[in-house]
Design a binder for this molecule. Structure first.
Ligand code: ATP
Ligand code: ATP
Ligand code: MG
Ligand code: MG
Ligand code: MG
Ligand code: MG
Length: 256
């Protein structure tokens, strides 16, 4: 009986395709809220940026870093978060579907549990869900390019959305607002904001402009024999520029 079972087990496993992520590469798991355009309307998010909604996302990301030891950095904007896993992680033997599903389901359930902490007066109308994917990036330069790409996207979208919603709130229809913004460059949008609405884009909250970065704040200590030791302190949420060198120069341990 035992033997028959083993044969069946091996046979059924033949149908399971391997989906191992390339060894010795950074793994990024990017999750994104499904249909959050609708979700944000149903839940009455402030437009263009609901700060509480962003803080809820950030709090879930902090929990993810605390839960999955091999995640060293996360970057979030809007309804998405990118989680960077150590190059040498052996979590689920690097099987993509297990890693992605574990992270995305953990994030979703944290989102639901924490909802009332951030929206004490708004009932959660239906269970939100997130999709997720894993992508490998083979070098430090390329993972830096990836993160810069997400932050550039944050800038572009935030600038557009800020203009769009100012136009709509000032009485334009959504179609009018769209056509006014069509083809405009960043500089024109900034001019529009300052001339029509007296808004200096660069003074908007940094969480909206730069998105959020989550990482372990490490403490450096010089031990008795002169070597440098690091100790994990806690997970922090900051809003640095992650395109330029400065942040990475000041935090060399994150991508080491
Ligand atoms: P998909 O399922 O393809 O991801 P989506 O509707 O989630 O579709 P996205 O491109 O992911 O589309 O965009 C997310 C949308 O969620 C934004 O356009 C915005 O309308 C809304 N949203 C997300 N976070 C916030 C927030 N903090 N404040 C206000 N609106 C938000
Ligand atoms: P893994 O993360 O590898 O899946 P696991 O601890 O979830 O580890 P499983 O092989 O999936 O291990 O087994 C699920 C375990 O969860 C069972 O062994 C049992 O201990 C527990 N469990 C699940 N459902 C029930 C239930 N309805 N009543 C009691 N125990 C349960
Ligand atoms: Mg999506
Ligand atoms: Mg989405
Ligand atoms: Mg999105
Ligand atoms: Mg199980």
């Amino acid at each position: 009986e035992q033997n028959v079972n083993n044969i069946k087990h091996e046979y059924m496993k033949l149908f399971q395709s391997e989906n191992k992520l390339l060894p010795f590469t950074w793994i990024v798991i990017r999750i994104d809220g499904s249909h959050f355009h609708r979700f944000s309307e149903v839940q009455g998010f402030e437009k263009p940026n609901d700060e509480q909604a962003l803080k809820l996302m950030n709090s879930c990301a902090v929990s993810v870093l605390e839960e999955f030891n091999d995640i060293v950095f996360a970057y979030g904007v809007s309804d998405e978060y990118s989680f960077v896993m150590k190059k040498n992680t052996q979590l689920y033997q690097r099987r993509s579907s297990e890693i992605v599903s574990a992270v995305v389901s953990f994030f979703s359930s944290a989102y639901v549990i924490k909802w009332k902490e951030f929206f004490p007066r708004t009932e959660l109308k239906y269970p939100p869900n997130f999709d997720g994917r894993a992508v490998c990036y083979p070098s430090n330069d390329i993972i830096r390019d990836y993160l810069a790409w997400r932050q550039v996207d944050c800038h572009i979208n935030n600038q557009y959305n800020t203009c769009f919603w100012m136009l709509v709130k000032s009485g334009k229809s959504t179609r009018e607002a769209q056509s006014l913004l069509k083809g405009t460059q960043a500089q024109e949008k900034n001019q529009m904001l300052s001339q029509l609405f007296s808004i200096d884009y660069n003074t908007l909250p940094v969480i909206f402009r730069n998105g959020s970065s989550v990482f372990w704040d490490k403490e450096m200590m010089v031990t008795d024999n002169g070597t440098v030791a690091k100790s994990h302190k806690k997970v922090v949420v900051e809003h640095p520029n992650i395109i330029d060198e400065d942040f990475w120069g000041a935090h060399p341990f994150i991508l080491e």
